[in-house]
Design a protein around this ligand. Structure first.
Ligand code: HEC
Ligand code: HEC
Ligand code: HEC
Length: 112
């Protein structure tokens, strides 16, 4: 009986915890190449905390360092595609909805 309880606890608590901790969240802050407009200091962790769904962004590029640059080079992403369709889209919609929102002006993200 005691063995079963141990096994039960293992399955219910330890296994899910191991899965959660095994996830690679990446850097808290990421420097994104912004071309001639200047780079972007992107607060990754702040977004992860408020969005709660990695795929909102990672649906169009993998969870890898340099993925945006790599995908633009190979044509998997167009230039400014993620900027317009992911970043700005959400910031603008949130602004319209009267919620907390991120930068909507160029200089709010691109810093030279
Ligand atoms: C608001 C958009 C957004 C959300 C939400 C998001 N990410 Fe990211 N993530 C990015 C961007 C942008 C990069 C940088 C890609 C690059 O370097 O070209 C990135 C890179 C990464 C990387 C690789 C870089 C590194 O630091 O190791 C990992 C790992 C990662 N994300 C994991 C996650 C996980 C796990 C979640 C969900 C808990 C998540 N991300 C949610 C935008 C996001
Ligand atoms: C919410 C943040 C944000 C704002 C605001 C923003 N950008 Fe960007 N921009 C990005 C990100 C992230 C990238 C890299 C990913 C991409 O190209 O989609 C980028 C990339 C770029 C690039 C480089 C494209 C390339 O591959 O050569 C240019 C040029 C650019 N932005 C111009 C602008 C201009 C002009 C404005 C204002 C009208 C602007 N951006 C506003 C986030 C932003
Ligand atoms: C689904 C919504 C959503 C997406 C997608 C999103 N953001 Fe944001 N972003 C926010 C919100 C909400 C805030 C405001 C957070 C706050 O101030 O509490 C924010 C804030 C920011 C800030 C300002 C942080 C600060 O310290 O003032 C930057 C820079 C930023 N976002 C860049 C980006 C970039 C670059 C992308 C695309 C890779 C992106 N965001 C994608 C919702 C989003």
């Amino acid at each position: 009986m005691a063995n079963r309880i141990v096994l039960f606890c293992f399955i219910i608590f330890i296994v899910p915890a191991a899965i959660v901790f095994a996830q690679n969240y990446g850097k808290k802050e990421i420097l994104i190449d912004g071309g001639k407009k200047g780079n972007i200091t992107f607060p990754h962790q702040t977004h992860q905390n408020s969005i709660n769904d990695c795929m909102v962004c990672h649906v169009s590029f993998p969870q890898e360092e340099g993925a945006l640059t790599k995908f633009k080079k190979t044509g998997m992403l167009k230039k400014k595609q993620v900027m317009n369709k992911t970043c700005l889209k959400c910031h603008r919609n949130s602004k319209k909805a009267g919620k907390a929102y991120g930068p909507v002006k160029c200089s709010g993200c691109h810093i030279k």
